[in-house]
Design a protein around this ligand. Structure first.
Ligand SMILES: Cc1cc2nc3c(=O)[nH]c(=O)nc-3n(C[C@H](O)[C@H](O)[C@H](O)COP(=O)(O)O)c2cc1C
Length: 379
């Protein structure tokens, strides 16, 4: 990992090591990928004020996220099929996050089940919930997260219907998955991945398999999932989840100020300003352009987290400057996982941490709490 010096290096290595259909699944956005691109482009446009001769010898990257200590203002985002980038990927990513002193979020759509991860790690993690049509199943997931002592529930609200990623259709990554000769040949040329996948505990959606009656094989399970996203979901359901889960709640997928105002009144601990990494509404604004408006509207009422396009410590600084208290990364760590399992995720976090540290220094900042819009250069 010594010659890996950027998240882009991890991405290139993951591209070589992970079967195309899974790499593309992670890398892509929905439709024309306009929102995916603007997540990055709008971040890159933001320039810092370079400050000189400020004593920055006492820098401290530590902070709190929803009241708990974190070594960095960073968390790993929920990623469906994370364990398809590398066998047992969720466990490995969780261990890397905990070793770095930051939270890990397990997706409802993970390969390893809540119980698998809980048994394999020694600290609590966060669980992300999709509320499906089968509300009894949603309730049981909340109960399982509580039994596993998850320290926060991340309720994702921006997936009532599924945005299409063209690459997934073309690659046969649809649910149910299509087994094509091309895919089989591709996998045969990725021995490292194949070995890790073979060794992995599970090959399908771990939180669902065995818990949904009559859905024992992969295909029927996948069909069940496709039919389970719920267009009728509403803020009433958030109240319902609130009543089931007395612990810390994070509402993920807020982009609009009106939604932020409603979310701030739910009693949640935080919201995540997010467009699902450009994978849902194509044509939605970039996350970073939405952030300052949301922060101005509700930042005094609720803790604000951010994700979308973070590929460096500089990006982390940009989001904190524009009103986030902490950020989540999705693809940045997924590339690390595909590039080298747990060591790759650890490297991704380390790269972002080191870049962030230097950026803080060169912006003349010692503490996370001192980062605000003053570090941004005027146009
Ligand atoms: C491959 C992939 C799978 C994802 N699966 C989920 C998921 O299961 N639940 C969820 O809330 N968000 C999911 N997301 C969105 C991420 O949690 C996060 O919002 C997004 O990745 C942030 O953008 P970034 O990848 O540019 O950092 C997924 C994103 C990717 C790239």
């Amino acid at each position: 990992m010594r010659t890996i010096t950027s998240i882009e290096d991890l991405r290139q290595r993951a591209r070589r090591r992970v079967p195309k259909m899974f790499f593309d699944y992670a890398d892509s956005g929905s439709y024309a990928e306009q929102t995916l691109r603007s997540n990055r482009a709008d971040l890159e446009r933001i320039k810092f004020r370079q400050r000189a001769l400020v004593d920055v010898s006492q820098r401290d990257l530590g902070t709190t996220i929803i009241g708990a200590r974190a070594a960095l203002p960073l968390a790993l985002a929920p990623i469906g099929l994370c364990g398809m980038q590398w066998g047992d990927g969720e466990i490995l990513a969780c261990r890397a996050a905990h070793a770095a002193g930051i939270p890990f979020t397990l997706s409802t759509m993970s390969i390893c089940a809540i119980e698998d991860v809980a048994a394999a790690v020694d600290q609590p993690f966060w669980f992300q919930l999709y509320v499906m049509k089968d509300r009894g199943f949603a309730k049981s997931l909340v109960e399982r997260a509580a039994a596993a002592q998850c320290s926060a529930l991340v309720l994702t609200i921006d997936l009532q219907v599924l945005g299409q990623r063209h690459a997934d259709v073309k690659n046969g990554m649809t649910v149910p998955p299509e087994i094509r000769v091309r895919n089989v040949i591709d996998i045969a040329t990725k021995p490292r991945w194949a070995l890790s996948a073979l060794r992995g505990k599970r090959k399908t959606f771990g939180n669902l398999a065995g818990h949904v009656r009559g859905m024992e094989n992969v295909n029927s399970l996948a069909q069940w999932i496709r039919g389970q996203f719920d267009p009728a979901l509403s803020w009433k359901d958030v109240e319902w989840i609130r009543s089931l889960w007395p612990g810390k709640l994070i509402i993920k997928g807020v982009l609009d100020v009106e939604d932020a105002r409603i979310a701030a009144k739910t009693g949640a601990s935080a919201i995540v300003v997010s467009n699902h990494g450009g994978r849902q509404l194509d044509g939605a604004p970039s996350s970073i352009s939405a952030l300052p408006k949301v922060a101005d509207a509700v930042g005094a009422e609720i803790e604000i987290m951010f994700d979308g396009g973070i590929r460096s410590g500089q990006d982390l600084m940009r989001a904190l400057a524009l009103g986030a208290r902490s950020c989540m990364i999705g693809r940045s760590y997924i590339y690390g996982l595909g590039a080298g399992g747990q060591a790759g995720v650890a490297r991704a976090i380390e790269i972002i941490r080191d870049e962030f540290d230097v950026t803080m220094a060169l912006c003349g900042v010692n503490r996370i709490g001192d980062i605000d819009r003053r570090v941004i250069a005027a146009d």
